[in-house]
Design a protein around this ligand. Structure first.
Ligand code: ADP
Ligand code: MG
Length: 331
């Protein structure tokens, strides 16, 4: 592909975790209940995402890595995507431009006859060009394998950090999806070592115990408070023993969407600052629900600003809720 195209793809796919994000989102879009992610060498050597979703019909497989071939997004989502990633329906195309990508898939045909074999197909692209394709049996679902990421984008390669750093980003991303989709089973293997395994039980509390290897559910307190009008706060707060020297154990959602909100972070800190040792942060998953017309989540690649109409009220509720629960939490 032309240099300009490679640079553009490199802008979209900033680092290995961007690939993982796109592939996992595709798996979720395909209704997967079981998503396996395999990473080697921080993602530069290999990223593989396997799902049991509805698969890609044979006649579509050849085209999924071409630009502008998909339009499943609604106009509104398109707009959002333009803000977040600056492209739409082009994730696979971008990745295939700057890596080697093999997609194996078997479409889930509901009308399939009992015992009838459903053929599965594979395609390989490298640097945007088809390298080969064929048939190979497999269960329904899709496996996307990405190797040699950034092999033709030296600027991106030099920007990529040590495998451990890249792995850290990938773990955080997968935790976020596991928390956001408790009924999906997630497995993440880093260099053949299992880093994350959830059961897809559907229970957020169970998912948290699995993600953070907490054996006791009593270490978590449930949050569910609402003023019946402007907000509802739901989630789980870990007790003081689980406090960490990092904010990465705090996961926030507003109206079902993962956010990084300064406003909520400040309100939280106000609530736990006096109750936890300096520099410690609780394990927390907090989902804020507000009427859609009282929130403006304005996503910009560089920053996430969330404007809440009832900001003062909600901040106060968040602060008091965290404070109250931590004060009461055992230990
Ligand atoms: P987008 O997701 O924005 O449509 P992508 O480049 O990420 O664009 O994917 C292109 C298309 O390939 C998707 O629209 C979908 O039809 C198909 N696809 C990709 N991954 C999967 C998957 N894991 N399961 C089923 N279909 C998939
Ligand atoms: Mg996609």
């Amino acid at each position: 592909p032309a240099v300009a195209e490679r640079i553009a793809a490199g802008e979209v796919i900033e680092r290995p975790v961007s690939v993982v994000k796109e592939l996992v989102e595709n798996a979720l879009d395909a209704g997967a209940q079981d998503i396996r992610v395999e990473v080697r060498g921080g993602g530069l050597r290999l990223i593989r995402v396997s799902d049991d979703g509805y698969g890609i019909p044979a006649e579509d497989l050849a085209a999924v890595c071409e630009r502008h071939t998909t339009s499943k997004l609604t106009a509104f989502e398109d707009l959002e995507r333009l803000h977040t990633l600056g492209f739409r329906g082009e994730a696979l195309a971008s990745i295939a431009t700057i890596a080697e990508v093999t997609i194996q898939s078997r479409a889930w045909e509901t009308e399939q006859e009992e015992g009838e074999e459903q053929p599965a197909y594979w395609y390989t692209w490298r640097g945007g060009l088809v390298q080969g394709h064929g048939r190979k049996a497999r269960p329904h679902g899709t496996t996307v394998t990405v190797t040699d990421l950034f092999y033709n984008v030296p600027a991106r390669l030099s920007y990529t950090r040590a495998a451990r750093t890249e792995n850290g980003h990938i773990v955080q991303l997968l935790r976020r999806y596991a928390v956001g989709y408790p009924s999906v089973r997630f497995n993440l293997a880093l260099d053949e070592h299992t880093a994350i395994q959830t059961s897809g039980s559907g229970s957020l509390a169970t998912t948290l115990t699995e993600l953070y290897h907490i054996s006791l559910e009593e270490m978590l307190q449930e949050i569910d408070v609402s003023d019946g009008e402007h907000y509802r706060l739901r989630g789980y707060l870990g007790n003081r023993v689980l406090a960490q020297g990092s904010r990465q154990y705090i996961t926030l959602f507003i109206n079902g969407r993962w956010v990084q909100s300064r406003v909520l972070q400040d309100a939280l800190e106000e609530g736990y600052r006096s109750l936890l040792p300096k520099g410690k942060h609780p394990l927390l998953v907090l989902a804020l629900e507000v009427p859609p017309d009282e929130v403006d989540v304005n996503i910009h690649p560089a920053k996430t600003e969330v404007h809440l109409l009832q900001e003062a009220k909600i901040k106060e509720a968040v602060t008091q809720t965290i404070k109250g629960l931590l004060e009461r939490s055992p230990v």
